[in-house]
Ligand binder design. Structure first.
Ligand code: AMP
Length: 362
């Protein structure tokens, strides 16, 4: 195991070479680290700003051995990293952060919700579903409407079907491929918030101001941060974040999506956790132009054992994702003095693909 803090000149490995890996790599190189990317797609967005890419599948044992030998610490930009890959990396001598427990919890919606409720981070009521009978029973218990989601590998609203009438249950189960699932009670929320939090090797926790998010077709469209919330709501979100990170002995940045349910019967803010992502998060991109130390630098600091950076906002930001052909607006956006454009260097602007984002100072 390498000695911490890692000095500049050390090498950081990243599993995954999309935009999150790219922005992590840029932050790491600013602090003097070298970055190696593992991604099956040649010439991926992160590799083009990094020292090297190993082009191989995420479960290729030789590639993982090579990455582990080259790197002092390895992190990832997505949560569906096979547990065996993490073991291989650790065997090759690399520190892996966040660790395997955080990954396992982030990969399975039932395990995730069970964990969250155990650390006093409440969620909607839910039931695990493996058969059509389970689904029928879950509908009886939770009521309708309810949302059926695959237990694993769902993101950006994929692998999810609303059930509004019991007669729709079988079709909904078919629509998600009869895979192991979770049925969730519908949250009647006032708005969607999220909080970006980090925890270091020494157990220090740093939390950013809440952001308010708007989704379109299950995909994030905008984040406004700091959100217009009262101090009690921010304090409750920070309490939830600290409990979630401490309970996992978590190292790195985590994104926590929340439903703002308004005040409970005692007048206290009620926040439910929708989901957690054990990585930097799209709803944290506002920090690039709203904070001195953004979520990407914060994640690098956390995993290499440096002190965490400041999290207060020096500006209020509206972040807008540019999906698919919306990226063609780059010329007009580049001419707007208040628009900070972040382009991911992706070649193919397929419909719905995250191509870039714009931060505007409000
Ligand atoms: P997810 O992929 O779980 O983040 O869900 C995508 C979006 O679907 C969320 O941002 C919410 O807008 C909505 N959603 C997810 N779960 C629920 C729920 N239990 N009740 C109401 N809306 C939900």
């Amino acid at each position: 195991m390498p000695q911490l803090p890692l000095p500049p000149g050390s090498t950081l490995g990243i599993l995954g070479g999309g935009q999150l890996g790219r922005m992590l790599s840029q932050a790491a190189s600013r602090l003097g680290f070298d970055v190696v990317i593992l991604d099956p797609q040649p010439d991926c967005p992160a590799a083009r700003v990094s020292r090297a890419q190993i082009t191989a599948p995420y479960d290729d044992p030789d590639a993982l051995q090579a990455l582990g030998r080259l790197c002092d610490v390895v992190t990832f930009e997505f949560e569906n990293v096979p547990a065996a890959s993490v073991e291989t990396l650790a065997e090759a001598g690399a520190l892996v952060a966040p660790g395997p427990t955080a990954l396992a919890v982030g990969q399975d919606r039932v395990d995730e919700k069970t964990y969250l409720n155990a650390v006093d981070a409440p969620t909607v009521a839910f039931a695990a579903v493996t058969t059509l009978d389970d689904l029928t029973n879950a509908i009886e218990r939770l009521g309708l409407p309810a949302l059926l989601k695959t237990r694993r590998e769902g993101y950006d609203g994929k692998g999810q079907v609303w059930i509004r009438d019991a007669a729709e249950a079988e079709a909904a189960f078919d629509a998600i491929g009869r895979r192991p699932a979770v049925l969730e009670a519908a949250a009647v929320f006032q708005r969607e918030l999220s909080i970006i939090a980090a925890r270091g090797h020494d157990g220090a926790v740093a939390v950013y101001p809440l952001g308010e998010n708007v989704h379109k077709n299950g995909v994030l469209k905008t984040t406004i941060a700091p959100a217009a919330v009262d101090p009690a709501t921010q304090a409750r979100a920070e309490q939830i974040a600290a409990a979630v990170l401490d309970g996992l002995d978590y190292i790195g940045v985590m994104g926590i999506e929340l439903f703002d349910m308004g005040a409970d019967s005692e007048g206290k803010p009620e926040l439910l956790v929708n989901e957690v992502a054990p990585r930097v998060h799209n709803t944290g991109h506002w920090t690039q132009d709203g904070c001195v130390c953004d979520q990407f630098e914060q994640h690098v600091r956390a995993v290499v054992g440096w002190p965490l950076g400041p999290t207060q906002a020096h500006a209020r930001i509206e972040m807008t994702n540019l999906l698919g052909a919306e990226v063609e607006d780059w010329r007009a956006l580049a001419a707007q003095p208040d628009a900070r454009l972040h382009l991911y260097g992706k070649h193919d602007a397929r419909p719905g693909r995250k191509m870039a984002h714009v931060n505007r100072i409000l």
